[in-house]
Design a protein around this ligand. Structure first.
Ligand code: SF4
Length: 943
């Protein structure tokens, strides 16, 4: 049901769902199911289900939710006509943005084929810093793409992770880890969920994790507890950096021009080490050489150089535990103790497995060794405007401990590791968008160089969300949180049609919520378009009557996860395990309700009607009957044998990873519990960044394009190239004047700490507290807050305040309080807690609802007592006379957790009702009224 993608079994009687349990044979959850999963039955029969395509009534305003029912034929002709016109004139005027869906390989394909660059999913407002910070450093990241090896770890450090992130699999792993005597440390401002069962809770102030991580790096170096051998062989720590400030290559690695490398080589290994045996420069990884990690040297031509590790040492010299303690609130002695504990465990707790393997330089190893310190981190680190560099610091810390893709540490999951950065590139010039043509490049990709940016000759952004511009150069997941504001303002240009799939952009998935609602409904007041909406046509596809549907011109009713085929593909976000690739499918157990249609079918139908090349035959006839047929027969390139599913390929299902389409592939998945798993040979299961056998296998199976070793980027040459462009030292693209110092500051090749941008422009005396949210264990974002069973756990949220902080304000449990930032204010109910650090207040996200939304009663607790912290969070910050997104300046990650607030008791005369309130949203046509009385199941009959 949720992004954990556990295997479930759905039991029916007389065509109705009776109960849902976990699939005991599924590799991910092994039969374990959570509250959300087992309550899926009430989601299926929710009164909030949309069942008909709807068109906004003529004369009704957006937001009033006044619709007429229409049929799919009409819905498709409206859409196809409009989109055909856009495609044949200016395809970028169509923008497609999607929420936490699991079909980005398909939505991305549709956007590319349509020819629009304006496509992204939810990553920019979720955790892109985690993906980008880690992938640009170690070639992989947490969650779908890698994680802690808790089977072998002895020390587990979780930092900035919500209370049930990666729910069932991580719960199973932590329970096993604790039973086998592992020590679990949780670093988090809040102690709930996982943190509540940690052996040690280290409270930390939000947005200061980077300071803590850099101080841990400082201490590991001071205490001499880093893994020198690992750094030398598997990272760029020993490689020599050009320190000649006058040189155009200042800050880049010195490279040997004599090296001949094969065409298509990704990382030619032409850098230098300074060899301690010969006291001279030698090619990196030269046989018998042993590089200095510390020191400063001069090349034969006199050029000053130093190993990149020396530059890291210089950088972190300032980041003492005392310095970090003052910022983070974590005592200096705790930081020293944790660094010592991590370093000693990594050094003295070594694991050795009798697994022979060969590294990329041909050296044969008899064993695989590991340092059993594992980390897990997520959005608490990521959702800050300093998150990218914080996560770089985490990846460097893990590297210093020698824990990358080794037993007991971090381990990759296929298709990762990937080259740094991965090969897909965004378009790099306005010419990439042409009428009636697919986009030249992928809508989302991984810039390796300033020339990969998607800007025009004057450096202006070319995407509606300004991703891959000089403002957010490595915005690898786009900036969905800026689309509405930018489209409303016409900056960088106006669009025509915005299609939002499964994202509640007028409520809990947007910053500056009330203003964004106004923008959605705002019209031109002068000029040719006077009277027309500033965002001309808004299409919303969702399974439920969310707040967002109220603003749609056209509503497309989606199916639930029980009513459609789905794939968790290796082309997207599979469910791979440490020991090999795994993908899985959903097979519908129920027919679509009412006139619901899976969004995938909508895309395939539109792709066929618009004659997008991938969806039609040469003669223009439809290529795929439906989505299941597409999944079987689509190949990434004709004849490549690579498709969405890796299992049972080949005519008779005899092949895997690649092979001809198999007409019976769905049935074969169904017979195998809906998943395919390939266990790698043991010699391929570790050290995959530099494992010759694995890399060649991954290249043959097209998981990666190159088989060169993926050295860890302790020092990021990619980032330095952007800085050089800002200094006017590189040929090609250069940032406009007003963004030069932004690039120069934030695209630093070494991790560093800076205060989150918003904190830096807030009066900390007036707004002394940080305010953060997390989603509750029992609900998956807003999707579950209409679920009758789960509403019994949470029907409204509270603001949790440390007891001491509350007392200092005269606030007691159950008091109505105001929480106020410089951007807005919210009235809510307070609860005091010892499980939150004193400088932070927090609440659950997405429980507070707009009145009447999700077909809840207008006076339901969700809207009268529940509240949304988003009203306090701005979408833009004033910077140097301009307004920039409230986001990380490297990746565009939304800075959700940077807001500063103050709290005070509401006056006794004020209404006992949360603030702000909006006019109740009426029930949409096709939804069923909420039942009065008990909604329950008895012997197969719904009562
Ligand atoms: S964690 Fe998510 S996928 Fe797993 S059982 Fe719960 S709802 Fe379903």
């Amino acid at each position: 049901m949720c992004a954990c993608r556990c295997g479930i079994r759905v039991h029916l009687r007389d065509g109705e769902v009776r109960y849902i349990d976990g699939n005991p044979d599924h590799p991910l959850n092994k039969g374990v199911i959570c509250a959300k999963g087992s309550s899926g039955i009430m989601k299926q029969y929710s009164p909030a289900r949309l069942t008909k395509p709807l068109l906004r009534r003529q004369g009704a305003e957006r937001g009033e939710a006044q619709f007429e029912e229409i049929g799919w034929d009409r819905a498709f002709s409206i859409l196809a006509e409009r989109l055909a016109k856009i495609r044949s004139t200016d395809p970028k005027k169509f923008a497609l943005f999607t929420g936490r869906d699991q079909m980005q390989a398909l939505t991305g394909l549709f956007a590319k084929q349509f020819g629009t660059p304006n496509y992204a999913a939810h990553g920019g407002f979720c955790s892109v810093n985690m993906a980008a910070g880690m992938i640009y450093t170690i070639g992989g990241s947490f969650w779908e793409f890698g994680g802690p090896d808790l089977d072998r770890a002895k020390l587990f450090v979780m930092i900035g992770t919500a209370e049930d992130h990666h729910s069932n699999p991580l719960k199973i792993a932590i329970s096993k880890f604790k039973r086998s005597g592992g020590r679990f440390v949780s670093i988090n401002p809040v102690r709930t969920g996982y943190s509540a069962i940690a052996d040690e809770w280290v409270p930390i102030r939000p947005g200061t994790d980077g300071a803590l991580l850099l101080a841990l790096i400082h201490e590991l170096i001071v205490q001499g507890l880093y893994d020198r051998e690992f750094l030398v062989r598997y990272t760029n720590a020993g490689q020599l950096v050009n320190l000649d400030e006058a040189s155009d290559d200042f800050g880049l690695f010195m490279r040997d021009p004599e090296v001949e490398y094969e065409p298509g080589c990704f990382d030619p290994q032409d850098q230098y080490w300074w060899d301690r045996h010969t006291n001279g420069a030698v090619r990196t990884h030269s046989e018998g050489a042993d590089p200095f990690l510390l020191g400063r040297f001069a090349m034969p031509d006199g050029k000053p150089v130093a190993p990149s590790f020396q530059l890291l040492v210089d950088r972190v010299a300032q980041y003492t535990p005392e310095w970090a303690a003052a910022i983070s609130g974590v005592p200096a002695e705790t930081i020293r103790r944790l660094a010592h504990e991590m370093g000693i465990m990594a050094r003295d707790g070594k694991i050795e497995l009798p697994i022979a393997w060969t590294d990329s330089w041909g050296k044969e190893h008899d064993t695989v060794t590991g340092n059993p310190v594992a980390f897990h981190a997520m959005r608490g680190l990521a959702a800050h405007s300093n998150g990218f560099q914080t996560i770089r610091a985490l990846a460097v810390l893990m590297t210093l401990l020698g824990t990358i893709d080794r037993p007991g540490g971090f381990r990759h999951k296929a298709p990762f590791p990937r080259p740094i950065p991965p090969c897909a590139k965004p378009p790099n010039s306005p010419q990439a968008v042409q009428p009636d043509s697919p986009l030249a490049g992928m809508a989302l990709g991984w810039p390796a160089d300033p020339n990969d940016l998607f800007v025009d000759e004057d450096g202006r952004p070319q995407r509606i969300d300004k991703a891959f511009s000089w403002e957010y150069p490595l915005a690898v997941h786009g900036l969905m949180h800026n689309v509405i504001t930018n489209a409303w303002r016409g900056d960088p240009y106006r669009i025509d049609t915005l299609l939002i799939f499964m994202a509640n952009m007028s409520w809990n998935s947007t910053m500056n919520t009330m203003e964004v609602r106004r923008m959605l409904n705002d019209r031109h007041t002068e000029g040719e378009q006077c009277g027309e909406y500033k965002i001309p046509f808004l299409v919303v596809c969702d399974a439920f009557a969310s707040e967002m549907t109220a603003f749609a011109d056209l509503v497309l009713p989606d199916t639930t996860y029980l009513e459609r085929h789905d794939v968790m593909s290796l082309l997207d976000r599979p469910i791979s395990e440490f020991d090999g690739p795994v993908d899985s499918v959903r097979i519908p157990v129920l027919p679509p309700s009412g006139e619901c249609k899976p969004f995938q079918e909508v895309l395939i139908e539109l792709g066929s009607r618009l004659k997008l090349p991938a969806f039609v035959n040469k003669d223009g006839s439809r290529k795929f009957r439906d989505y299941p047929d597409f999944i079987i027969n689509y190949e990434t390139e004709p004849g490549s044998g690579i498709g969405f599913l890796a299992g049972w390929r080949g005519k008779g299902g005899e092949r895997f990873m690649h092979g001809e389409p198999n007409p019976n592939q769905w049935e074969m998945y169904a017979r195998n519990g809906c998943f395919f798993k390939h266990e790698l040979p043991r010699s391929y299961q570790y050290m995959r960044n530099w494992n010759k056998g694995y890399l060649h296998w991954a290249q043959r199976t097209r998981l990666i394009r190159y088989a060169d070793p993926i050295l860890i980027h302790v020092y990021s040459e990619v980032l330095q190239k952007f800085r050089l462009a800002a200094q006017g030292k590189r040929p090609g693209k250069r940032p406009p004047e007003h963004l030069k110092s932004r690039i120069q500051t934030y695209l630093d090749p070494l991790p560093f700490y800076y205060e989150p941008l918003e904190s830096g422009m807030t009066d900390r005396q007036k707004y002394p507290l940080a305010a953060v949210t997390q989603r509750p264990m029992a609900m998956y974002h807003s999707w579950d807050s209409q679920n009758a069973w789960l509403r019994q756990i949470h029907a409204h949220n509270h603001l949790y305040i440390n007891a001491l902080t509350a007392r200092s304000q005269g606030i007691a449990d159950g008091d109505w309080v105001w929480i106020e930032s410089q951007w807005g204010k919210v009235r809510c109910i307070a609860l005091t807690s010892e499980a939150v650090e004193p400088g932070t207040v927090w609440t659950w996200n997405a429980i507070g609802k707009a009145a009447g939304a999700w077909n809840l009663a207008p006076d339901a607790n969700e809207s009268r007592k529940g509240f949304l912290l988003n009203h306090l969070i701005t979408d833009e910050l004033p910077v140097g006379g301009e307004r920039v997104s409230n986001s990380d300046p490297v990746t565009g990650q939304a800075g959700w957790y940077d807001v500063r607030v103050r709290i005070y008791k509401a006056d006794a005369s004020e209404a006992h009702e949360s603030f702000p309130q909006v006019a109740p949203m009426p029930a949409l046509p096709g939804t069923k009224p909420e039942r009065s009385g008990v909604l329950a199941y008895f012997a197969g009959k719904r009562k």
